[in-house]
Every structure is written in structure tokens, then in C-alpha cells.
Design a protein around this ligand. Structure first.
Ligand code: AHR
Length: 517
């Protein structure tokens, strides 16, 4: 049972928020109030007559007066849980509470609390018609950002990760009107079905056309697509991702890849609209505004009122993406209200988190050059042709595009610790360098605690005095090493052949180089 007291608190806060928003305008509360200094997006929706009935965020309060928990984390070492709240009412997440609770272990996000007072919390999604379950939970460290200058963490959805609530309160059903927005990482997506946030079936099955109304983000073009190669914001209305009036190609839905992306969807009787914009600045563009699709089932709609995050209505769970905040409303918000919400979002101050400096900053593409002379100074760390083991091999400008891409890594905040790093394959998104039996492999982040630990490396000054060494976070005496052209984690002398002290310092020292791919 999740915090029944939230419901009471939320109702009181709604009243406070409504009064403040109406009296003081959409963005700033009356001077001198002892409560929150600013309004949240849900105060804006309330003032517009379309109150939030679900409000989820791991980064900030979505009401100026909200002062409850944002989310819950669970740590691997003892399965203990901790609610992560706010630095102050109406403010930003207390990320330091997560850092200290999860120190030395790994954490997953177990609950996204609903700030609306309706009790529409999101928890681990169960099995569905398309895929088994329960789904994985998001690694709590994998999406670091700053908001208003404060450190916070988003919800990093690797394929297989999903959240759901099938027993909601106040969410639109049937043809009832609703609105919703979400802030996503516009650079983290894939073509799998379906990275969604919004209204879905209550039984985890595909129950037919029109039984969903959710925001989709990615470059899946099986049902619909827009201009360019994607990714696109589309509407998942069930058995179709809609980029415009009907299935298929709709030129007015642009490719959008803002680092922080505002995506908006609203739907009512025979009308719906899709809008989007840069969550860091500027306004919204309207990608579609018009009638319901001309196909059986979509007019009238048959919305069921569950809420999903990261998956399709039938638990299709092959997609990836990152979620920072999102809400669902009762009623069809006006464009003016949505524009004011976008102003609130851009004022919040989302920025990329940085837990390292220089070229090892999360998000950077790099290649790692071996430093051992004379054998290996033209060799780079790469996954092998089978895309499974990790080796070093000679790479230069005449190497094939595949070989170059195989030797290219995207630096990520450490899956198990944001003060360390993980390395995602540039040509196999979602797959990370990790050790198993001390040998290095490339595999999908399965969201489990042990994988996160095995995929996290802490950069240190190179053991030979040159470049950088990468210390295993869970075997701190062992460092990323090449030995016989294969990659391991190795200690300086030990029981395995690759722990050989000969050349250990050079073999564990790497130059961070320009990316080949
Ligand atoms: O509409 C696209 C997807 O189709 C839905 O999310 C899922 O339920 C079905 O497989």
C-alpha cells in the first residue's frame, strides 16, 4: 500500500495551488507567500480548468505547494527502500538522499509517486499480452541531470523496463477528454515498441483500436512516421502510432531530438492534437490538430484509464527512452494553457548532468586507445564481430565503418554510481561493456543490480602515469585491462593469467581518444 496520506495531502494542496495560480498568474505566486516561490505545471493546468489527475516526476515538484515524496528507490545490498523527496516545498528533488542511501551498492526506482492527490502512483509493470513480466525497474543513477542548478535523476528506460498502474482514479475513460505532457531525453530512443507515457488498457492486453491514448517517442515507423528519419513524437492510440490524421506518413510531424523534449498530446470527442517543443527554451509547435483517425474503433475512443510508462499497452517492452516528468489532466487543455505549461517547463532550467570533466563527460562519444608499446599503441578497445566479447584491435582511418563503430563508446553516468562511468556501445544502443567471470562482454542492460555493478568503472590517473585507468566499482583492485588482445578486469598480480604483473600498468592505462564512429 502506498502512502494513503498522500491523497489527503494532495487534495489540500490542490486547493492551495488553485487559489495561488488564479490569484497570482500562471508562473509566479504572490510575493510574500510563505509557501512555494513558484507555481508548478499542475497549478497552470488547474488555473486553466483542466486539473492534473496524475503528476509524476523524479526531478521536481509539479505543484508550487507539493511537499511529498517524488519517488522511491530500492538498494541491492539489502533490498531496503527509501522515499526521495524535495529540498523544499514546490522545489527540486533531494538527489543527495539517493546518493547517500545507495552509496556502495546500486539502486532501482520502485515507485513514481503521483503528486496530484489521486493516488495514481506508478510501480513495476506486470506481464502482458506481448511480453512476460514483471518488467525491469529503472536504474536510479542512469539519467543524471541538473534542474534549476540542482542535481536530479530521471527515469532511464532500458528495453525491458516498464511501469504501470491499472487501478487508477480520475483518469479519462471511453471518449472523455484528457491532456498530457512529458519531458523526455530526445537523444535516447530506439525503434522498438513502445516508449509510451499515458492512458492504456487496464488488463495489460491489446483490447483493440482506440483503447489507448498515450504519448510515444522514438523512431518506430511500423505504423506511422513523420518527416526525416525520426525520432518522432506520436500518439499511441492502440494498434497504431499516429503522427497525424491517419496511420502512415504525415509530413507535419517533424523529427525532434532536443536533449530535453516537451511532448504533448490531448484528445476529446472526434478531436486530438499533438504538440512539442524544446524543454529548455521557446514555445510549442503544433504537429497535428484535428479529427480522430478514420478507422474503426478510434471515434469514439474506448480509453480504459490505466497509466503506462516505458511500454506499450500490451506490455510491448522493446523500447528505450528517458522520462523526467509528466502529467495527465482531466479535460481538454486549451492551447493557451499548454503554452503556459511550456513556459513553466523552460523556466525550470533542465540541463545535462555532468559527473566527469573533459571528454569523459556522460554523453560524449569516445574511443579508448591502448598504451602498451610496442604491440598495441594503434589498438583500440572494441567489441568483436560477433558483438559479444570485448577485445583490442588495430583501428585506423582505413578501417571499415563497422570496425570503427565497434570501437566507439558512449560515455554514460555509472549504472551503479554517478561518480563513476559506464560505456554504451555506439552501434548497439542499450548494450554496455561489463565483466563476467572477470572477462569483458557487451550485453543489454537488464536493469538488475549485479549488471549495473559489473558495468561501472571509476576513472583514475593511468596506472603507468599515462592516460586514464578504469577501476571496477565492485572489484576495486581490478582495472580494465587488455591481455593477449582480449579485455578483462585484472589485478596487479593474481591467480588468473590476465592478472600477470608484467605490463599490467601499461595494459591498464588507456588514452581517451576522438571517437572513430
Ligand atoms: O499501438 C502500438 C502498440 O500496439 C501498442 O502500444 C500495443 O498495445 C500494441 O502492440
Amino acid at each position: 500500500m502506498i502512502k494513503p496520506s498522500l491523497r489527503r495531502a494532495g487534495r489540500a494542496l490542490l486547493a492551495v495551488g488553485a487559489t495561488a495560480a488564479l490569484a497570482a498568474g500562471l508562473l509566479t505566486a504572490a510575493a510574500g507567500t510563505s509557501q512555494a516561490a513558484t507555481q508548478g505545471p499542475c497549478d497552470v493546468y488547474l488555473a486553466g480548468g483542466t486539473p492534473c489527475v496524475a503528476a509524476h516526476s523524479t526531478t521536481r515538484a509539479l505543484y508550487g505547494a507539493y511537499n511529498g515524496p517524488l519517488y522511491q528507490v530500492r538498494r541491492a545490498v539489502d533490498n531496503a527502500t527509501r522515499d526521495i523527496g524535495l529540498l523544499s516545498a514546490g522545489g527540486y528533488a533531494d538527489a543527495a538522499a539517493q546518493d547517500s542511501f545507495c552509496a556502495g551498492t546500486s539502486c532501482v526506482i520502485t515507485v513514481l509517486y503521483d503528486q496530484s492527490g489521486k493516488g495514481n502512483h506508478l510501480t513495476q509493470a506486470p506481464a502482458g499480452g506481448a511480453a512476460g513480466g514483471p518488467d525491469n525497474l529503472a536504474n536510479a543513477f542512469e539519467a543524471p541531470v541538473t534542474v534549476g542548478g540542482h542535481k536530479a535523476y530521471g527515469v532511464y528506460v532500458a528495453p525491458g523496463t516498464g511501469y504501470r498502474n491499472n487501478n487508477t482514479n480520475g483518469i479519462a475513460t471511453g471518449d472523455q477528454p484528457e491532456g498530457m505532457y512529458a519531458i523526455f531525453d530526445g537523444t535516447h530512443f530506439n525503434g522498438g515498441c513502445c516508449f509510451d507515457y499515458g492512458n492504456a488498457e487496464t488488463n495489460n492486453l491489446d483490447t483493440g483500436n482506440g483503447h489507448m491514448e498515450a504519448l510515444y517517442f522514438g523512431n518506430n515507423n511500423s505504423w506511422g512516421s513523420g518527416s526525416g528519419n525520426g525520432p518522432w513524437v506520436m500518439a499511441d492510440l492502440e494498434n497504431g502510432l499516429f503522427s497525424g490524421v491517419n496511420r502512415g506518413f504525415n509530413a507535419n510531424d517533424p523529427s525532434v531530438n532536443n536533449r530535453f523534449l516537451t511532448a504533448m498530446l490531448k484528445g476529446g470527442p472526434n478531436q486530438w492534437a499533438l504538440r512539442g517543443g524544446d524543454a529548455q527554451s521557446g514555445g510549442l509547435s503544433t504537429f497535428y490538430n484535428g479529427a480522430r483517425p478514420n478507422a474503426t474503433g478510434y471515434n469514439p475512443m474506448h480509453k480504459e484509464g490505466a497509466i503506462i510508462l516505458g511500454i506499450g499497452g500490451d506490455n510491448s517492452k522493446w523500447a528505450q527512452g528517458t522520462f523526467y516528468e509528466g502529467v495527465m489532466t482531466q479535460g481538454y487543455p486549451s492551447d493557451a494553457t499548454e503554452n503556459a505549461v511550456q513556459a513553466n517547463i523552460t523556466a525550470a532550467g533542465y540541463h545535462s548532468g555532468s559527473t566527469a570533466t573533459g571528454t569523459l563527460a556522460p554523453g560524449s562519444r569516445i574511443s579508448l586507445r591502448a598504451t602498451t608499446a610496442p604491440c598495441c599503441t594503434s589498438h583500440y578497445l572494441r567489441h568483436d564481430d560477433a558483438d559479444n566479447k570485448v577485445v583490442i584491435s588495430s583501428t585506423d582511418s582505413s578501417s571499415s565503418a563497422t570496425d570503427k563503430a565497434d570501437a566507439t563508446w558512449i560515455v554514460r553516468a555509472g549504472l551503479a554510481s554517478s561518480s563513476c562511468l559506464s560505456f554504451e556501445s555506439a552501434n548497439h544502443p542499450g548494450q554496455f561493456l561489463h565483466h563476467y567471470n572477470y572477462e569483458l562482454y557487451l550485453d543489454v542492460d537488464n536493469g538488475a543490480g549485479p549488471f549495473a555493478q559489473d558495468a561501472t568503472f571509476c576513472p583514475t590517473t593511468g596506472n603507468s602515469g599515462v592516460g586514464t585507468s578504469f577501476q571496477s566499482v565492485n572489484f576495486p583492485t581490478k582495472y580494465l585491462r587488455h591481455y593477449n588482445y582480449t579485455a578483462y578486469i585484472a589485478s596487479n598480480g593474481g591467480s588468473n593469467s590476465w592478472d600477470s604483473a608484467t605490463s599490467w600498468a601499461a595494459d591498464t592505462s588507456w588514452l581517451v581518444a576522438q571517437p572513430w564512429g
